[in-house]
Design a protein around this ligand. Sequence first.
Ligand code: FES
Length: 118
Amino acid sequence: MSDWIAIAKFDDLPRMGARVVQFDTVRVAVFRTSSDEVFAVKDACPHRGGPLSQGIVHGTLVTCPLHNWRIDLATGEAVQPDRGCAHTYQTRVEAGQVYLRLAAGKSAAATESCASHA
Ligand code: FES
């Protein structure tokens, strides 16, 4: 399907780390967890825009390097008591290739609002 974009080799993603992919003006952080799940989240913390790609991954959460908010990689939601949401993108891994899905007919910039708050 045309809205799935090949973005990286799975083996090039650092375990418990992230790589950044740029779409238009939007930076997307692609995370690989310790159990080899892959998540894609806009690389901007919902608090003050910190680079989530440089945070520490633990389980399916990432801790923002600036003020330690914890963000759920699956939903983009901040863990309470903090409140906020970073946009997430669907991913899939096929034959060692990681794909990211942009909403049909839209650029990353056009879909950057948080899905659960849209
Ligand atoms: S910018 Fe992420 S916790 Fe403040």
